[in-house]
Design a protein around this ligand. Sequence first.
Ligand SMILES: [Zn+2]
Length: 364
Amino acid sequence: MYHTYLPSYSVGPDCYKEIPWATRHFGKKAVAIGGKTAMEKAHDALLEGIKGSDVQIVDFIWYGGDATFANAQALLENPVVQGADMVFAIGGGRAVDTCKVVAEKLDKPLFAFPTIASNCASTTAIAVIYDENGNFQQYFYRETPPEHTFINTRIIAQAPEAWMWAGVGDALSKGPEVELAARSSALLSHAPMLGVQCSGACPEPLLEHSYQALADNRAGRDSEPLEEVVLDIIVTTGVVSNLTASPEGEYYYNSSLAHAFYNGSTAVPGSHKHRHGELVAFGVLVLLTAENRLEERAKYGACIHKLGLPVTLEQLDIRKEDLPAIAEKASTTTEWTCVPEPLTKEAFIAAIEGADAYGRTLLK
Ligand SMILES: [Zn+2]
């Protein structure tokens, strides 16, 4: 016996107008919890969205600044939160993830309002929890993704461009990684099979539209290319994640060598100057090099380079001498095993060097 809940969402500049309808079975009193900037950006649109309805936002509460159990606990003990019928999570990944813990522990319905497009946190059940020092602590699984996600492209278009830029870098990994991770398995069962098929919908919109989407983001302009890219980053990757990673750990096809490169890179200081999506984008080139898929590498490489994402180690502040430490760290993480044939550390290092050599040809 198992259950699968998939994301449901409203998208567009006026999607907050659907709040009363989408929440109608869940209560009247909502507490908004989120990032400070995020709540400031969404405040007026939220009030406009519920105007004339019987939905009420009883308070706007800062989530605490990071996705930690301590911040979730403080919210759990807040009588305003306890008294609300529903939780409205406003912001980026960390705010939404904190609200997943709060909503799960208080058994309240959760609605997500992403204000940036950097990842799929607002459509997934999984939360990434950090310790007090900001290091990764563990995954926390809410039973379901948020009940509904409101993707306001006007607000997202006005966020700093760096968020979507890194979001594209991360999402570019989804197609090649899921394909590779699932390739060795015999016939997949229903949910992961569906997820693998959906991952095939990730690359094209990004390869096609992200350059224009980022230009529109820079200009603060909502547009069709921007909406396609936002939906790819937030919804498509979220659907894939919900279907290809089982909370009980029976299967995991959600990432592979690009994230193995990211994981490994956290062991060397230079990488800390760079966003997750920058390191993952280069990791895609590593994956395609390891696989000797040179035609695809040329396609992804051209896109990554055109977007100003890194295509060489130097751009990531990683030195050749760092590679053994990167391979060592990578080999201890889950993603290392998400390949059809086990990889040696030497082969991984050779793939990183090959990706770097290819990247340098793009800079000439
Ligand atoms: Zn990622």
